[in-house]
Structure formats: C-alpha cells, structure tokens
Design a protein around this ligand. Structure first.
Ligand SMILES: [Mg+2]
Length: 188
C-alpha cells in the first residue's frame, strides 16, 4: 500500500460552464409559431419580465413564454463541468428554469450591471465572466458572442477558455455538447 491519495483527491477541479439562457437553452425566433424541434413551451411567471412589461405600459402582463428542451438538463448534468448561470435571469434561472430543465440549484453570476456599453466593444458579460472565473478554466455558451470577446478572453484570462457561439434560433445542439466534452477532456 502507498500513501498516494485516491484518484478523486488528485483530480483537478472541473472547468466552469457559463450558461447563457436566452438563445442557447431558450431559443427565440421572430415568429411565435416556429418552435424548434424537440422543445416544449412553458409559461414562466418571471418577476423581472412582469416588471419590464409593466414599465412598458402593459397593465396585466402574461407569463413569459419560454421554449426549453427536456433533454438539455440531463445532458448538461452529464458534462464534466461545474455549471454556472451566466444570464440576465440571474437567480430567477434557479427559481423558474432549473426545475423545468431538471437541473439542481446552480451558482449564478450576479452582474454588477447589465447591457452596458464597453470601451473596447466587448459583450457586456465578457469582463465580468473573466473576473468571476478567477483564473479557472471555463467554457461560455452564448448567442451573442463575437470574435472580439474570444480574443479578449484569450489575452486576459490566465487559463484555457472556450467560447461557443450558439444560434439563438435553434439553441444548443448535440454538436455543442460534443465540443464541450472534447474540450474538457483535452484539459486533462
Ligand atoms: Mg442570449
């Protein structure tokens, strides 16, 4: 027998997976009648949504219609990542979406501000996410990622990072899950 720690003890912490919601998990299109294949329609009583509707003059806002894929929760849980909400839904993702997707309560990025302009033209999330990751490897799935965000992260984040743009009309696809798995495996 040796004193070597068990494989579990030797394992490095898993990379983070920063999850945008609107687009990758909840696709949206111009027409309400073109729900992508495999998705189910849910009506979500989001506080933020109601407040925004009221602010724009809607007196009795209806719940927000959201399309979610029933296989996304299990597929995300099976990935070798620590899942993190990186969405304007913030804690409401845990309240409303996690149960529908079959996900546990997850940590979320509590943005100090949202939708602000960036002096270098980056996405408003980009600098926050690098700060939140605090030097850990991370992957980020989002429908608003641009090459400038990828380049900035590569130059400013000291660990590997994968940026995975997703088409907001179709959401996460099997190829995206495969890309995430391959990337995480290559980290070793
Ligand atoms: Mg989005």
């Amino acid at each position: 027998m040796t004193d070597r720690p068990s494989p579990e003890c030797q394992a490095a912490p898993r990379p983070l997976l920063m999850l945008d919601v609107d687009g990758p998990l909840a696709p949206y299109v111009g027409s309400p009648y073109r729900r992508p294949e495999g998705y189910l329609t849910h009506r979500v009583a989001s506080r933020t949504w109601r407040e925004r509707q009221r602010a724009s003059g809607v007196r009795n806002p209806k719940p927000l219609r959201v399309w979610l894929h029933p296989e996304h929760g299990p597929a995300l849980r099976a990935l070798p990542f620590e899942l993190v909400w990186a969405t304007t839904w913030k804690d409401e993702a845990n309240e409303h979406l996690a149960p529908l997707l079959g996900l546990p309560e997850l940590p979320y990025v509590d943005w100090p501000s949202m939708h602000h302009g960036d002096p270098d033209g980056l996405h408003w999330k980009t600098r926050h996410l690098v700060e939140w990751a605090a030097g850990r490897p991370f992957a980020w799935v989002d429908d608003e990622l641009e090459p400038a965000d990828t380049a900035w992260i590569a130059a400013h984040h000291p660990a590997p990072a994968l940026t995975l743009p997703v088409d907001h009309r179709v959401g996460l696809r099997p190829a995206d899950f495969a890309a995430l798995t391959t990337w995480a495996a290559a980290l070793g």
